[in-house]
Design a binder for this molecule. Structure first.
Ligand SMILES: NC(=[NH2+])NCCC[C@H](N)C(=O)O
Length: 672
């Protein structure tokens, strides 16, 4: 179906609508006539006929309208053609939506419930709409058995290559069995077209605001979480083909720069000609803060410095740049090590935009004076207002976020903005989004805004993550420890005796950074999580180490059969993925869920679904591999037979796992 059918549906809908309008007018006229002739019966046969006709047409119209929505939200034909694996859940949803709308004509918008079956006995997927529909009937005073509803629905499901058979079970569940032939064709597309993402309706411009540490203060584990989660969300959306802007909203502007600059002038008087050798910016920050808190004269000077900086006076601007550079280099070390790409666009970027937004909000009457401050309410005296300017006229975190949201949606024309920070900032973003809506900056018809929050990182003692001496853990030191522990682990397994030096180094980095990222991503981000190297380096359970090993093992199967990547490509032209054996089919069905898992994550932006999926792939693969030979050898160890269909199934597994690792920012190695 393409544009033509949309046009046809639209035309039909148009006609139906006109007819309804005509009939309604007729009804009004008739009713009037009836009212006038009070002797006439309340509803003439003519009215009854028209009424029934009207109900039918209304129903027809709702079906047509739905068909239009389905057509327009479907990816265009071109996109579908280029696509690889199809989303089973989405397809089932569409098929059943159509069937249910046709079967249940007296309820508008009947519920469409498609879930994954949790037991093979009940098929692969289930349609559980019959029970809630029966409930709706009950509320309307009609008693209909769910099983009868299920039967009616099934009658309307057309034959479809994806569906092997349908069964009604229990109270009225519809068990859906997926066809193996369909599964095979779907998995084979991986070899024909590469592993493609599910098609998108429209390429979106998405801005992901993540990492965002503050200059001169330490980048802490909270920022590390934001960095890991934000990078992974960006990778996912990039894979889908969206246009992703990865933005580092550095805290590089604000009153703290006054004291830093004043302190710099004292410590390094010739900073303008000689780059100041600040080795430890955090210590420098602490010193200046101590002076600021104890020395009134210094404090006054610090304030004067802020004013000059915000007026972009060259010497002050230069001092600010020097200070930022020191932090920037530190942050970059972390990003490089963890392979994070991000564009710096700190709070300072919005300075003149802040002037503008304050004026705009003021002119439109959104601001209110409150003890010298200018505040903005979402709703008068409800909740907390934003502080748009302080009593000294200075700007705040709220001001920069209002300027930033406008820049992003209006200037940058983003369709979707995602903010990744700790959950403690949820209220801040809630108010920013609502005030932006109030100010007409956000239009939810075209914009999507998400605050992706996350819980705090705890130490193994379940207290806030700190060093033994109670200091904040330095991220570079944390990464170093990860490297050391990863190497210990490899040596413990005597891998240093088998791998070349280069291979060992690659494996070490893959494990170290992989386990730190994976431990974070595999936990539901909304909850706090305990940082433990011991746990993350375990080689059992849902850990990076287990999965990276599982992956290399799968990769080694084709290698052991002496199949080169080129040979696999050629094999795939002749053979299909094998899905005969019960365990092959079980694995196949897990692999087929790949598009659905990704689509789900684009909705709730929770990456632990992907980690759970990876783990399920790895364990299901083990089940398959334990009962199905891929290569048969004779007693002397010579290969006598290679099962090509199974090699392809293993290869498809490896390709999907690799893509999951990519999205999570992990770098699997072929040997470790
Ligand atoms: N647009 C934003 N407010 N982004 C998040 C900034 C995070 C802030 N710098 C912090 O360390 O908490």
């Amino acid at each position: 179906m393409g544009d033509n059918s949309i046009l046809e549906h639209a035309k039909e809908a148009d006609i139906a609508e006109k007819e309804i309008k005509y009939l309604k007018e007729q009804l009004v006229l008739l009713n009037k006539a009836i009212a006038e002739k009070s002797s006439a019966p309340l509803e003439s046969p003519e009215v009854t006929v028209l009424n029934t006709e009207n109900i039918k047409l209304k129903h027809r119209l709702s079906i047509l309208n739905r068909a239009i929505v389905a057509e327009t939200s479907k990816p265009s034909k071109k996109q579908t053609e280029s696509a690889g694996m199809m989303s089973i859940q989405d397809n089932l949803y569409e098929i059943f939506q159509q069937a249910i709308t046709e079967a249940i004509i007296d309820i508008t918008d009947p519920p469409i419930v498609i879930t994954l079956a949790n037991n093979v006995k009940f098929g692969d997927y289930q349609c559980n709409s019959a029970m809630p529909i029966a409930n709706i009937y009950k509320q309307l005073g009609k008693k209909v058995a769910p099983r009868d509803i299920a039967t009616k629905i099934i009658e309307k499901v057309p034959t479809n290559p994806m569906i092997e058979k349908l069964e009604i079970a229990g109270a009225g569940f519809i068990n859906i069995f997926i066809s193996r032939t369909y599964g095979m064709q779907n998995l084979n597309t991986i070899f024909e077209k590469g592993l493609q993402p599910p098609p998108i309706n429209k390429k979106l411009r998405v801005l992901v605001d993540f990492s965002s540490p503050n200059i001169a203060k330490e980048m802490h584990v909270g920022h590390l979480r934001s960095t890991i989660i934000g990078d992974s969300i960006s990778r996912l959306l990039e894979y889908f083909g969206h246009d992703v802007l990865r933005i580092n909203h550095l805290g590089d502007w604000g009153t703290q720069f006054g004291m830093l600059i004043a302190h710099l002038q004292d410590q390094f008087p010739n900073y303008l000609t000689q780059s100041p050798p600040i080795a430890d910016l955090q210590a420098f920050y602490k010193e200046s803060k101590a002076r600021f808190d104890s020395d009134a004269e210094f404090k006054k000077r610090a304030y004067a410095c802020v004013v000059k900086l915000q007026a972009f006076e060259p010497d002050y601007y230069k001092a600010w740049q020097l200070i930022c550079d020191v932090s920037r280099k530190e942050f970059q070390k972390i990003y490089d090590r963890m392979d994070i790409k991000i564009t710096e666009r700190g709070e300072s970027f919005y300075q003149d935009r802040m002037d503008k937004i304050v004026k705009e909000l003021e002119d439109n009457g959104f601001l209110e004076l409150d003890e010298g401050r200018k505040i903005m309410w979402v709703e008068q005296n409800v909740g907390i207002p934003l502080t748009i300017t302080k009593s000294d006229g200075g700007y705040t975190y709220d001001t920069s976020d209002m300027a930033a949201i406008k820049q992003r949606l209006v200037e940058e024309k983003c369709d979707w903005v995602i903010y990744v920070t700790d959950s403690g900032q949820a209220t801040h973003f809630d108010i920013i989004f609502k005030c932006a809506k109030r100010a007409g900056i956000v239009d939810y018809q075209k914009h999507r805004l998400d605050h992706v929050g996350f819980g705090v990182v705890l130490g193994e003692d379940k207290k806030k993550f700190k060093t033994r001496s109670g200091d904040t853990v330095r991220l570079i030191e944390l990464l170093d420890e990860g490297l050391k522990r990863a190497l210990d682990k490899l040596k413990e397994k005597e891998r240093d005796k088998v791998l070349t030096e280069d291979e060992l180094k690659l494996a070490q980095e893959s494990i170290a950074y992989g386990c730190i990222k994976y431990a974070d991503l595999s936990h539901n981000r909304n909850q706090e999580y305990v940082f433990s190297f011991d746990k993350m380096l375990e080689d059992k359970g849902n850990t990076a180490v287990y999965l990276l090993y599982a992956y290399t093992r799968i990769r080694s199967i084709a290698r052991n059969a002496n199949y080169t990547p080129e040979k696999i490509v050629n094999i795939a032209k002749i053979f299909s993925v094998s899905l005969e054996h019960e365990k092959e089919w079980k694995l196949g069905k897990v692999l087929l869920r790949f598009p659905d898992v990704l689509l789900k994550i684009t909705k709730d932006l929770c990456l632990h679904h992907l980690c759970e999926y990876l783990y399920e792939i790895a364990t299901t693969f083990t089940e398959f591999y334990d009962s199905c030979y891929c290569i048969e050898k004779d007693s002397s160890g010579d290969i006598i037979k290679v099962n090509n269909g199974r090699i392809l199934l293993a290869e498809a597994t490896a390709l999907i796992m690799h893509k999951c690792f990519d999205i999570l920012g992990l770098k699997p190695v072929s040997r470790m």
